[in-house]
Design a protein around this ligand. Structure first.
Ligand SMILES: Nc1ncnc2c1ncn2[C@@H]1O[C@H](COP(=O)(O)OP(=O)(O)OP(=O)(O)O)[C@@H](O)[C@H]1O
Ligand SMILES: [Mg+2]
Length: 231
């Protein structure tokens, strides 16, 4: 579904991605792993068209998408739950959800289904988003991304800072989405909790892929975790 080849990107003159190769097959769950500052969020921003492709190629369904504006890329079917949630605090839960539905692609996801997945959002639909708990804000960010009916759902640290019980709710939601065939790119630091969900991990360091493989292969090589994720 998505292929990055020798992808280069960064912020002005400061390059962050130095030839990153990444492939996400339809209906698969792929992770990006790596220590702080290694280029995970930069990769996501480049996929979404928020940063320019400076080299290499980026294809979605075989179509080159490097250089397309973010709204065009979103319309092709890339949906992002951004790092730090980025919900509209002054708007209500419901207003946050429908703010994106203008761009709604045809598909399974509508308000009813999002409320079915996260009943707490239904209960709190009139509440202003800034008064939601961290976990509820995260559910809102996920619900908002789902309402765009993304073909590729990207989650950048969606469980960051959440209590274990809320994290488990999010993992349960992602497992359900995977069972339904949703293609997912996942960035998360909870390796243990994500390993059942992920088909293929990409370990990145300084804007390059150093290793990729299955959860099983990763578990069999604990030195990889030490080398690329250890502090
Ligand atoms: N707006 C920016 N301008 C300049 N440099 C930036 C900007 N945002 C990030 N960087 C730099 O790009 C590099 C990669 O950052 P990035 O946010 O992609 O890391 P990350 O892998 O997502 O890390 P984390 O796990 O902490 O979220 C870092 O060295 C960071 O300082
Ligand atoms: Mg990041």
């Amino acid at each position: 579904m998505l292929q990055a080849e020798r992808l280069e990107s960064g912020y002005g003159n400061s390059k962050v991605l130095f030839g990153l190769d990444l492939e996400i097959g339809a209906h698969s769950v792929v992770s990006l792993l790596g220590r702080n500052g290694m280029g995970k969020t930069t990769t996501v921003k480049t996929l979404m068209g928020m940063l320019p492709v400076q080299g290499g190629s980026l294809r979605f369904d075989g179509q080159e998408i490097g250089g397309l504006r973010p709204h065009r890329i979103a319309r092709l079917g890339l949906g992002l739950v951004p790092e730090g949630r980025r919900i509209f605090g002054s708007l209500s839960v419901l207003e946050n959800l429908v703010a994106t539905s203008r761009n709604e692609r045809k598909g399974l996801w509508n308000l009813e289904r999002v409320f079915g997945l996260f009943p707490r959002l239904r209960e709190r639909r009139a509440q202003s988003a800034r008064t939601l708990s961290g976990g509820e804000q995260q559910m809102l960010a996920i619900g908002r991304a789902l309402l765009t009916n993304p073909r590729l759902l990207i989650l950048d640290e969606a469980t960051e800072g959440l209590a274990p019980v809320i994290r488990h709710e999010i993992w349960a939601c992602l497992n359900q989405l995977k069972d339904e065939g949703q293609t997912i790119l996942l960035i998360d630091k909870n390796l243990k909790e994500m390993q059942h969900l992920v088909d293929r991990h990409y370990m990145i360091e300084k804007g390059r892929v150093m290793w990729h493989g299955s959860s099983q292969e990763l578990l069999a090589q604990p030195e990889l975790v030490d080398r690329y994720l250890g502090v």
